[in-house]
Design a protein around this ligand. Sequence first.
Ligand SMILES: C[S@@+](CC[C@H](N)C(=O)[O-])C[C@H]1O[C@@H](n2cnc3c(N)ncnc32)[C@H](O)[C@@H]1O
Length: 252
Amino acid sequence: MKVLESTKGFKSFYQDKGVVLEYDKKRLKTARQRILRELERTLPLKFIKQGSNILEIGCGTGFVTNYLLKKGTVTAVDSSEEMLKKCKATIKAASVNAPIKFVKSSLFEFYSTKKFQYVVSIRVMLHLKKSDLTKASATISESMKKEGLFMFDVESKSFFKKFFMAVRWTYTKKEVINPQYSKNDLKTAISKKFEIIKIIPYDHAVLILPFYLIAEVSHSEKLENIISKMEKTLSWLPILNTRWFVVCKKLQ
Ligand SMILES: C[S@@+](CC[C@H](N)C(=O)[O-])C[C@H]1O[C@@H](n2cnc3c(N)ncnc32)[C@H](O)[C@@H]1O
């Protein structure tokens, strides 16, 4: 089974108009996806003070950006022109009245003289192998204030997911697996610039998969709300989850 390690491939994939057009639709199809997406855009808000300047790396279609704007001004960075266009349209359609700046740049090259207290990057670091995560964290830290918070998600080491992907690989030859991180991998990847202050495990698919499936078949919004609460409650339980929401503090 192949671990996708091409950061270049990841970047170029999102230049495609078709991919951008279908992005949100494809990620909001099932009850499970909708709940995970909701967590992805609400978790960062818990850590951001009202009225802040926020940097978002890899803003994509603006799904998370829209929520960040509830907390202050946002500088939204993405390497894809098409994604930035879509992000602008999302913000316009939502009639959000907060200041936002769009920057087309690679995360490995972005630099701002204005220093940010908060950096949020959802479903971006997740795709990077360890050496690239180290590079990314070093670059991002240059645009941050001392003790600023950098929030991102990665895939945790999950036997279940590896097994599932191996079965899928056998039958479909679809080579999709993101790098999986142990706590030590994560710590050593970013330790020169950041100290981890919190890891919130989520996506407890194995434990609550039957409920997800029932919600899917029954189209029950009530059940989706219950599952969403279960996900949040289980977030302290570091077993059988496949994702981590990581909050780390920039070192002095
Ligand atoms: C999986 S999408 C996530 C988008 C958004 N954060 C979300 O959660 O919906 C990844 C985004 O990262 C952007 N991206 C990929 N490589 C990048 C790079 N090297 N620099 C900046 N953005 C990059 C892509 O263009 C895409 O918009």
